[in-house]
Design a protein around this ligand. Structure first.
Ligand code: AMP
Ligand code: GLY
Length: 414
């Protein structure tokens, strides 16, 4: 079997690591992959990003299954394109991907299907938005409607900050169209968690829960990043929370997917907020999370290829996902300066046997691994307890070095 994975981050390396364990898989193409995926035995990186070219490659090379990592190709309609050509691909259709591609669409969907979420209004006129905000309690949350590479959400503490944000999003058009429409949302206090789930459109099965660590500094301080580490399962996702999640979020989402006739054979990522009033849905993503995947997949006992095939064949109702007992922890090592400006091209030591490491911003130059991005790689471990998993992940990271290596020292401290 030949598999193609679209994307270049730690999430994609984790998917590769997992699917390569299936003995039927003889070859995995990563498009474009990274320096660490290139080191994996069954993998070949291919430098293609154009969707039509990817489909052509899949056809010509008899790729049996394509798995899409990031949201951009999904929102651009890669699944529809591949299906038109008779190619097997795992992910939502372009229309279904709007659950991530448009926050206004996602919020309308949540409202229509009684999914527990923060109150909101949608605006495409700055003055009307400001008038509404003037009557709100602060903080308020302003969200760009479209994709904004994780930078489209601002928690505004004052009217002045809200005005600046709207100017930036709607008038200066910071996100090239993605912020022309905005969502103004009620601010929710609480603890965040991530739950991934797989659906074939008929059945939805949640994975074990996870926790991202978004801020750059210890103690959840400083600006947001693409994620500085993750653990699974999330200790805050108690039985009560999971019950509420199932009733108030998961099942109504499946109902919505069915009633809206969304063609969704893929992953739904639920970003949730837990507080004393219940469990709220903050956002949908339509793909695996990064860095949640790097913690969740090491605990998955079931075969990921079989699971994905079951979803594509609409046979998830017969499937039980098996999980290993215990916890996992993944700690991201970043380049000095990230998420601001940083330099790249530094030699990386200690990774060559890529064991318990997933690469991200890494390139391979004449056999030498070098830094090539903000988040460079992550070290991970899966053990019986969270303390042990965390200790082992940090021990693995201690073996790795490059100029300016930076990581949080409190991943897994709950
Ligand atoms: P989103 O892309 O909608 O998940 O937003 C990104 C981040 O902004 C979330 O992970 C939260 O930390 C924060 N956030 C989003 N919506 C809210 C809200 N209604 N209340 C509080 N924080 C929020
Ligand atoms: N970890 C958040 C995301 O993947 O969007």
């Amino acid at each position: 079997m030949k598999i193609m994975i679209i994307g270049s981050g730690g999430r994609e390396h984790a998917i590769l690591w997992k699917v390569a364990q299936n003995p039927k898989v003889e070859k995995v193409y990563c498009a474009p992959g990274n320096g660490c995926t290139e080191l994996e035995e069954k993998c070949e990186n291919i430098n293609i990003s154009d969707l039509d070219e990817l489909a052509k490659f899949a056809k010509e090379n008899s790729v049996d299954l394509t798995i899409v990592g990031p949201e951009v190709p999904l929102v651009e309609g890669i699944v529809d394109k591949f299906r038109e050509k008779g190619l097997r691909i795992f992910g939502p259709s372009k229309k279904a991907a709007e659950l991530e591609g448009s926050k206004a669409y996602a919020k309308e969907f949540m409202k229509k299907y009684n999914i527990k979420t923060a109150g909101y209004e949608v605006f495409d006129d700055k003055e009307k938005a400001l008038k509404y905000i003037n009557a709100c309690n602060f903080p308020v949350v302003i969200k760009a409607d479209g994709l904004a590479a994780g930078k489209g959400v601002v928690i505004c503490e004052s009217y002045e900050q809200a005005e600046e944000t709207l100017e930036d999003f709607m008038i200066k058009d910071r996100f090239n169209g993605s912020g022309k429409t905005i969502v103004v949302e009620e601010f929710l206090k609480g603890i965040e968690a991530s739950i991934l789930a797989i659906t074939d459109g008929k059945t939805i099965i949640p994975f074990i829960s996870a926790k991202d660590h978004k801020q750059i500094f210890d103690g959840n301080k400083g600006p947001n990043t693409g994620g500085m580490g993750s653990i699974a399962p999330n200790p805050y996702c108690t039985k009560r929370v999971l019950r509420e999640f199932d009733k108030d979020i998961l099942q109504p989402t499946l109902k919505g997917i069915q009633e809206e006739n969304l063609d969704f054979k893929g992953i739904v990522f639920f970003g949730i907020m837990i507080n004393r009033f219940g469990t709220y849905l903050l956002e949908y993503n339509v793909r695996l999370g990064d860095p949640e995947t790097q913690a969740v997949l090491p605990l998955m006992e079931s075969d990921l290829v079989e699971l994905i095939e079951a979803a594509l064949d609409e046979k998830l109702s017969d499937y039980t996902i098996k999980w290993k007992k215990g916890f996992s922890c993944c700690v991201v090592a970043a380049s000095k300066g990230y998420p601001g400006k940083y330099e790249t091209g530094f030699e990386i030591q200690g990774v060559n046997k890529a064991k318990n490491v997933f690469g991200a911003g890494v390139k391979l130059e004449e056999g030498t691994l070098k830094t090539a991005g903000g988040r460079v790689l992550c070290a991970w471990a899966a053990e019986d307890s969270l303390i042990e998993a965390t200790k082992k992940a940090y021990m693995r990271l201690d073996e790795i070095s490059f100029d300016g290596i930076y990581y949080r020292t409190d991943i897994g401290n709950i």
